[in-house]
Design a protein around this ligand. Structure first.
Ligand code: GDP
Length: 437
C-alpha cells in the first residue's frame, strides 16, 4: 500500500488520461513528506488547481509543493520556461501570504521566447477552424525550436556575445516565415536581446545545475517528487497524436526532464479521475453531450470543469477503462490515485466505458489514432450511491455501491487503486489496501 511516510526515494505524480485529473492536489498532499518537488516537462499551457489553508491557486509553472516551508521547488531542464509568467506566479502566491518559495531553475531549461507565443497565435489563425485547440502559450513552437537546435537555454543569458549571435540566426529563420507565411511584423535581434536582459535579472538568483543538485540530494537520502503535467493521452509519442502536447507526459521522461537516473524512480502515482474530461480537439470515445454533460461539468472538480489556464469548458465523458488501463500501463503505475469521486454522488446510475467497438469487434486495448476515431464506446451501467462521501476517512465507511464502483474499475484497469480522493483539500484522502499489490 502507498505509505504516507514511505521510505525516502524519488516518486512521480503523473496523469493517466487527458490531464486535469487532480495531480496538483495529490502533489500538494504528497509534498508534505517530500524535500524537493520538480517540474520536468511542459509549460504554462496547463494548470494545476490547489486548495489549501492559504486559499485557492491555479499554478502553471511553479511546482505544486510551493506552499510548504520545508520544500525546494525546482524547474527542471525539460520545462518550457516562461520567465515572466514564473515571476508573476511567484508574486501571486506571496501576495496571498504564502512565504516566498525556495526556487531553483535549471541552467539547461530553455526559454519560451515572445516569438514562440506569437507563432502559436499566428498558426492558430492560419489554421482557423482546423486548429489543434492550442492554449497559445507558445509551447509547440518552443519545443519545435528546441529540437531544431535554435532554442535559448537559461545559461545562454549570461554570455551576451554568443546570445546575440544566436538571436541573429533565429531572426533570419523566423523572419522568412513571418514575412511570407503569416504576413506579420518582423523580429529584431536587438529588441529580443533587451527582453532577455530583463529575463536574466529576474532569473539570475535561482539558476542552478539541477541534475548535480539532485544527484547530491539523492546521495543525502532526500525525497524527491517529480510532478507531471497533462496525462498519458497527451504524450507526444503514446498519446492521441497529433492532438497531443509537445513534450512527453510520462513518468519515464521525469528522469530526463529532471536529470536523474531512471532507476531512481521507485514509486509512480498515476492520477485517474472518477469520470473523464478533456480539453482541445481529438477523439474522446466516452464523451457525453447535452444536459447530461452540462450537469457533470457544473458539478465536476471544485467549482466546475473549466480550464485552469483558459477558463474553457472541458469536454465531459464517463470513466474510460480502456484509455485508463493504457494510461496507467504507459506510466508504469505502482499506485493509482482515484480522484474527484465525491462528484458522482448525485447519479442514480453511472455508465462506465469498458470496451471500444471498432469495425464490429470489441477491444479493451487502446488503439492508434486512426482506429480510435472509429471507436464506439461499450458501456456498462453501475448503480450509484446517491450520497455525499466528502469527509469520509476510512475505506470501509464508503457506501457499498461506491466501493463496488472503485473495485469494478480497479479490476478493469488492472492497476492498484491505493488512494481515493473525496474532496479538493489535502486531507480529503482515503488510503486503501489493494489485492493487486
Ligand atoms: P491537474 O491539472 O491534474 O492538477 O488537475 P486540475 O487542476 O484540473 O484539478 C482538477 C480540479 O479538481 C481542481 O479544481 C481540484 O481542486 C479539484 N479536485 C482535485 N481532487 C478532487 C476531489 O477529490 N474532489 C473534488 N470535488 N475536487 C477535486
Amino acid at each position: 500500500m502507498y505509505k504516507k511516510d514511505g521510505e525516502k526515494m524519488v516518486k512521480a505524480v503523473v496523469g493517466a488520461n487527458w490531464g486535469d485529473e487532480g495531480k496538483g492536489k495529490i502533489t500538494d498532499m504528497m509534498a508534505e513528506n517530500a524535500d524537493i518537488i520538480v517540474r520536468f516537462q511542459g509549460g504554462a499551457n496547463a494548470g494545476h488547481t490547489i486548495v489549501n489553508e492559504y486559499g485557492k491557486f491555479a499554478l502553471h509553472t511553479l511546482p505544486s509543493g510551493v506552499f510548504y516551508g520545508h520544500t525546494t521547488s525546482v524547474i527542471g531542464n525539460g520545462v518550457a520556461l516562461n520567465i515572466p509568467v514564473l515571476f508573476q506566479e511567484m508574486r501571486s502566491i506571496t501576495d496571498k501570504g504564502v512565504p516566498a518559495p525556495k526556487l531553483l531553475v535549471s541552467d539547461r531549461a530553455q526559454i519560451v521566447m515572445p516569438y514562440h507565443i506569437l507563432f502559436d497565435q499566428y498558426e492558430e489563425e492560419r489554421l482557423a477552424g482546423k486548429s489543434f485547440g492550442s492554449t497559445k502559450s507558445g509551447i509547440a513552437p518552443f519545443y519545435s525550436d528546441k529540437y531544431a537546435k535554435i532554442g535559448i537555454q537559461v545559461s545562454d543569458l549570461f554570455d551576451e556575445k554568443q546570445l546575440m549571435e544566436k538571436l541573429q540566426k533565429v531572426c533570419e529563420i523566423k523572419n522568412v516565415t513571418l514575412e511570407h507565411l503569416y504576413h506579420k511584423p518582423l523580429l529584431k535581434p536587438e529588441e529580443l536581446l533587451e527582453t532577455l536582459r530583463e529575463y536574466r535579472q529576474m532569473v539570475e538568483p535561482y539558476v542552478c545545475d539541477v541534475s548535480l543538485y539532485l544527484h547530491k540530494a539523492l546521495k543525502e537520502g532526500k525525497t524527491v517528487l517529480l510532478e507531471g503535467q497533462l496525462g498519458t493521452l497527451k504524450d507526444t509519442d503514446h498519446g492521441i497524436y497529433p492532438m497531443v502536447t509537445s513534450s512527453s507526459t510520462l513518468a519515464a521522461y521525469g528522469a530526463i526532464g529532471a536529470g536523474i537516473p531512471p532507476y531512481e524512480i521507485k514509486q509512480i502515482v498515476t492520477v485517474c479521475k472518477a469520470y473523464s474530461s478533456a480539453v482541445g480537439a481529438g477523439a474522446f470515445v466516452s464523451e457525453i453531450f447535452g444536459e447530461e454533460a452540462d450537469e457533470l461539468r457544473r458539478r465536476g472538480g471544485d467549482g466546475g470543469e473549466y480550464g485552469a489556464t483558459t477558463g474553457r469548458p472541458r469536454r465531459m465523458g464517463w470513466f474510460d477503462c480502456v484509455a485508463s488501463k493504457y494510461g496507467c500501463r504507459l506510466q508504469g503505475t505502482t499506485d493509482v490515485a482515484f480522484t474527484v469521486l465525491d462528484v458522482l454522488g448525485y447519479l442514480d446510475e453511472i455508465p462506465v466505458c469498458v470496451g471500444y467497438e471498432i469495425g464490429g469487434e470489441v477491444t479493451t486495448d487502446f488503439p492508434v489514432t486512426c482506429k480510435l476515431e472509429k471507436a464506439k464506446p461499450v458501456l456498462k451501467t453501475l448503480p450509484g450511491w446517491k450520497s455525499d462521501i466528502r469527509g469520509i476517512k476510512r475505506y470501509e465507511d464508503l457506501p457499498e455501491n461506491c466501493r463496488n464502483y472503485i473495485e469494478f474499475i480497479e479490476a478493469q484497469i488492472e492497476y492498484p487503486i491505493t488512494m481515493v480522493s473525496n474532496g479538493p483539500g489535502r486531507e480529503d484522502i482515503i488510503y486503501r489496501e489493494s489485492s493487486l499489490r
